[in-house]
Design a protein around this ligand. Structure first.
Ligand SMILES: *[C@@H]1O[C@H](CO)[C@@H](O)[C@H](O)[C@H]1NC(C)=O
Length: 227
């Protein structure tokens, strides 16, 4: 009888922990159907193979100033782009990336075209010169709200794990960019521009894979004549 209060206390504690770590949210799934992890790296790729662009690359999106860089899909559909990792702005124990939670997105690559003084975190352009559909730039800060994105499952979509990336002010979509009109990432409310994506996990535990990845990275960066 004396152990009863302790047991109910422990049950309450377990419930609280479950609510805190998962918040009732679904884990984001990768292309293999496995939960997306904070500890792994992923290629963010267009969901549809018929999309007019490939994986994501850091590119200059304006001339003055050239930095920070923006993000464009490769104009070559077959190029995989550079890997990213997801993390939470504040330390959480959860290793899973959940739908709807604020996450930072950071490019993970040594192959880099310039603007090294900026971080590799994604952010929304909030400068006074930002256009109505502000560019997604690279140079964000983990704790700042314009560097927070949410991953949401695309509703009413059959046959796969299609997601979109959003912020409180809009959805990430694409517009024709400065490089051969390759699709550039912007924040928009225009649903016809929504960039539907999937997350392809990179297995960095094998040297063979990472060698071929960096070869592809170099190939991708060579496409941009400024570098
Ligand atoms: C989208 O709409 C919301 C609400 O009207 C507005 O606050 C936000 O600035 C808009 N975002 C873009 C990128 O147009």
């Amino acid at each position: 009888m004396s152990s009863f209060p302790l047991i109910s206390f422990l049950i309450a504690l377990m419930l609280a922990a479950a609510v805190c770590t998962h918040g009732g949210q679904e884990p984001v799934l990768d292309t293999a159907g496995n939960p997306v992890l904070r500890t792994a790296q992923y290629l963010i790729q267009p969901y549809s193979p018929r999309s007019n662009g490939g994986g994501l690359l850091p590119v200059p999106v304006k001339l003055l100033p050239l930095c920070p860089l923006g993000i464009s899909q490769s104009s070559v559909t077959a190029l995989p782009g550079l890997p990213v990792s997801f993390s939470y702005p504040y330390a959480l124990m959860d290793t899973y990336v959940s739908e709807g939670q604020a996450v930072n997105i950071e490019f993970k690559s040594d192959a880099w075209p310039g603007c090294e003084e900026f971080s590799k975190f994604w952010e929304v352009d909030e400068s006074s010169s930002a256009s109505e559909e502000p560019a997604i730039l690279i140079g964000g800060k983990k704790r700042e709200r314009n560097s927070w994105f949410r991953i949401e499952r695309k509703e009413k979509f059959v046959g796969g794990n299609a997601y979109k990336l959003t912020t409180l002010a809009g959805t990430i979509g694409t517009v024709p960019g400065p490089w051969e009109n390759a699709p550039q990432l912007v924040l928009t409310n225009d649903t016809s521009k929504t960039f539907l994506v999937k997350f392809h996990r990179i297995h960095d535990d094998s040297t063979a894979t990472s060698t071929s990845t960096s070869r592809l990275e170099k190939l991708g960066l060579r496409m941009f004549p400024l570098y």
